[in-house]
Design a protein. Structure first.
Length: 142
């Protein structure tokens, strides 16, 4: 093998001639991932929108004025959910169900906030959390 600074037979540096792993190209169609809410004012605005509680999660959602903008989602768990480890576990589960469900059932131009429930978000079966989110989205959308 040649050192990285010397070109190979094709004229490209050896470090760049290694086969790259197969990665999804930007041209490949797939679900559009929602943008994550980061600012407090967005969470507060969503809390004044429509709400729907289920056994595993509480969903807050509101349509924004820019209806053709991307869908956005935020995640929150209060200290009632548990210590930092329990809250982070619950938020990881919320992020994963949002990743799977929102591209199929969410609407562009909406903000959603998924709120973890004490003792249930981290312990309910994953399939039930998905079903809860789908049912809550249907009710929030009217």
């Amino acid at each position: 093998m040649l050192p990285p600074d010397q070109p190979d037979d094709a004229g490209t540096p050896a470090a760049l001639s290694c086969p790259q792993p197969a990665m999804a190209s930007p041209a490949m169609p797939g679900p559009v991932m929602p943008v994550t809410l980061t600012q407090r004012r967005d969470f507060v605005a969503a809390s004044h929108g429509r709400r729907q509680g289920t056994a595993g999660i509480h969903l807050q959602g509101r349509p924004r004025t820019d209806a053709d903008g991307p869908m956005r989602v935020g995640y929150t768990c209060s200290k009632k959910v548990g210590n930092a480890v329990a809250r982070n576990r619950a938020k990881r589960r919320l992020r994963e169900i949002a990743r799977l469900v929102l591209p199929l059932h969410g609407r562009a131009g909406w903000d959603y906030v998924l709120v973890g429930r004490p003792q249930t978000t981290a312990t309910l079966p994953f399939g039930q959390l998905q079903t809860d989110l789908i049912r809550a989205l249907e009710r929030v959308h009217g």
